[in-house]
Ligand binder design. Structure first.
Ligand code: DC
Length: 223
């Protein structure tokens, strides 16, 4: 039996940083599901397909092959054979992902891939619907949140560090828009699973959140 830890929450709550840290401590595999939706969004954009058009997107999605491998423990995303790990990490790819992720045909395809990854190995998987739809039997479910202001500030600092220009107000608006899209879509909207533990990371450091999750693992006898 594999151990599964599901981490869900809105954009910018710190899911990927925390999930990566927890996976490293437990020697589990970290699965970043957002990267798969981002790859799907890029595919549509590369072909000039409007990400909001369900029929066109679902038809095109049939020809998309997304796969995952690991290099030195880091997830690599392949889109029809091309490594797009670097390309998926832009604001634009995030917005495209949010738009394509509303379509049930897209979700079905990617959820299948995610479930296969969670069946064969111990995983920490992050996303929006992991505890509710992808791994409903996960032994530990975390719903990680933070205020919009905190999330925007983190993103702003991250972009500044990379030397990219950024506007705090714009980022706040983007986050609000993505929150709205992610929580209001019909197919698997972002919601807290009934049995998830809610953690607000607004006033906690990465280490503090990681430690809290490891404590929950200890209580459940994972470690
Ligand atoms: O976590 P992220 O920012 O990389 O996710 C990008 C978008 O993909 C997000 O706005 C919603 C969508 N997504 C989803 O619908 N379900 C997931 N499990 C992961 C991401």
């Amino acid at each position: 039996m594999s151990f599964q830890i599901a981490i869900d929450g809105p954009a910018g709550a710190g899911k990927s940083t925390i999930a990566r840290a927890v996976a490293a401590r437990l020697q589990y595999v970290y699965v970043d599901t957002g990267a798969m939706y981002r790859a799907m969004g890029l595919y549509m954009d590369d072909r000039g397909i409007d990400a909001s058009k369900r029929e066109k997107v679902e038809e095109a999605a049939a020809g998309v092959h997304i796969s995952i491998s690991y290099q030195a423990g880091e997830q690599q995303v392949f889109l029809n054979g091309e490594n797009v790990t670097g390309r998926v990490r832009t604001e634009k790819a995030g917005m495209l992902a949010s738009a394509v992720s509303v379509h049930p045909g897209v979700r079905k395809k990617l959820v299948q891939l995610q479930q296969e990854l969670g069946r064969s190995q111990n995983v920490v998987m992050d996303g929006r619907d992991i505890g509710t739809a992808v791994l409903p039997k996960a032994q530990l479910k975390i719903f990680l949140t933070a205020s919009v202001k905190t999330r925007a500030r983190r993103r702003f600092l991250e972009l500044q560090q990379k030397g990219q220009s950024a506007d705090l107000r714009e980022i706040e608006k983007d986050i609000e828009q993505r929150d709205y899209q992610d929580t209001h879509r019909a197919a698997s909207p972002l919601t807290q699973a009934e049995d998830a533990v809610r953690l607000d990371s607004s006033d906690l450091t990465i280490e503090e959140v990681t430690e809290k999750i490891l404590e929950l693992c200890r209580e459940r006898n994972f470690i």
